[in-house]
Write a protein that binds this ligand. Sequence first.
Ligand SMILES: NC(=O)C1=CN([C@@H]2O[C@H](COP(=O)(O)OP(=O)(O)OC[C@H]3O[C@@H](n4cnc5c(N)ncnc54)[C@H](O)[C@@H]3O)[C@@H](O)[C@H]2O)C=CC1
Ligand SMILES: O=C(O)C(=O)COP(=O)(O)O
Length: 524
Amino acid sequence: MYRVLVADSMSEEGLLPFKDNPSIELVQKKVSEVESSLSNFDALLVRSATTVNEDLLVKMPNLKIIARAGVGVDNIDVDAATKYGVIVINAPDGNTISTAEHTFAMMASLVRHIPQANISVKSREWSRTSFVGMELAGKHLGIIGFGRIGSEIAKRARAFEMKIHVFDPFLTKARAEKLGVDLCTLDEVLAIADIITVHTPLTKETKGLLGNENLAKTKKGVYLINCARGGIIDESAVIEYLENGHIAGMALDVFEVEPPINNRLLEFDQVITTPHLGASTREAQLNVANQVAREVTEFFQGKPVTSAINMPALSKDIYDKIQPFYDLSKKMGILLSQCMNEPIQEISITYAGSVTDLETSFISKGLLAGFLKARIDTTVNEVNAAMVSKSLGITFGDKISSNNYGYSNSISVIAFGENKSFEIRGTYVPNYGGRIVNLDGFNIDFIPEGNLLYILHRDRPGVIGRVGKILGDNEINIATMQVGRREIGGEAIMMLSFDKPLKKEVVETLLHVPDIVTIRKIEI
Ligand SMILES: NC(=O)C1=CN([C@@H]2O[C@H](COP(=O)(O)OP(=O)(O)OC[C@H]3O[C@@H](n4cnc5c(N)ncnc54)[C@H](O)[C@@H]3O)[C@@H](O)[C@H]2O)C=CC1
Ligand SMILES: O=C(O)C(=O)COP(=O)(O)O
């Protein structure tokens, strides 16, 4: 049974995938209402109201996935989630149209003074001259941040016959041309726009983007709109510009602190506001809740998540192609960890052949997670593997090579310790599965699975027979056995597999066999 906590208000209909699933228990309560049972939850669903910080994550040791039913994840400490191996997903496009429409409604309201006029009429005034507005047609609209919402705004602005100027450092000229917008520098947008609307995420770079320095570059009489995140427009910097009339008006759906109780901006008549309503339509809420509910349900069924923030997002098709290599690499990591049980400084992975067409970074994280999981007593998975390895001082890298050792695909990993290194090479054979084809320089061929025994010995007659006798005397059935050697009479290896784990005493007896150098008991 998986327990899901929905901590913010969400569309009931959108949550149906949980309600229809007998293996999921759904709890719809605020975090503060379930303080004593936080440790039981496997999934946490939030909107923007719940702050997910490290303190909360520590109280939720069973948590596997956090789903943001919306776009912005600035209320979630994604780094902390990554550290604890918790996947963070969002619903990136479910509320795009609603937010674009809300921005447009704000723009029209702003230039036609609709909220102020509404209050005036309801106060029994009839003051038509106080609310003379400005036409949108022919005006220059500056859009900062031209992603999903920004580009939907542009479509609507075109219908209103506005001239559209866009600043987005990640937007290519070709795409801007295709979308029919004028791609500008930030300064160009600031200088030309009659109305500026921001649609970026809140990041270190965008925090205070419209602050003192850039506000000074805007036209006198400019209108500003923020339906993205509080803080992109610096709330304290705009005060002076509102007071001296440089900013003609502002429309704010979002604030640096929500709700904006002591916010001076609320005192200005020319500032119109809504309480973070961009995504608040029935359609958007149904979309985002349903999107994350479906994805979390699939995640519990072992399927890939497609909109993860802290790991590569893979479609089902791509994941199906990656999965055999991912499974092999994870097993290689577990094997490596047990073959070389000493401190490691570096792990290096090399891919060759057909596997290089796939998202190898995901495969590498699987290997690293397998390696670390076998060693340290903490939750390690592909989400936090890179971070955990860094904290342990293990350098980790992967590369592509043209040497596929004669296989159609090849994954090699080498771990470097202080005095020695250990290399494992594997390949995936369709219909036969993942196989290890080289172990520390010995050509071999075995399936990395189950209870294994790796024996390094000198290549002398009788060693294999003596090992077989000891196992037989102990009533131990050998399931499979593979041998390999570098040269006649040199070092050689045996890889045996058993139906049951081998007892420690048997391993100790085997160690006394002359010519056996080392033995490693391996469980995968
Ligand atoms: N008010 C509300 O209820 C809602 C607010 N939002 C917010 O709207 C914002 C945009 O959402 P989407 O369009 O879905 O995101 P998106 O990721 O599709 O677009 C963001 C765009 O900002 C651009 N960008 C990033 N850094 C930039 C910078 N320094 N300068 C200029 N552009 C930059 C990116 O290249 C990207 O194209 C987010 O902050 C999101 O949280 C989203 C939905 C509802
Ligand atoms: O999706 C977003 O980024 C939003 O800002 C919407 O926030 P909400 O889910 O309405 O609290």
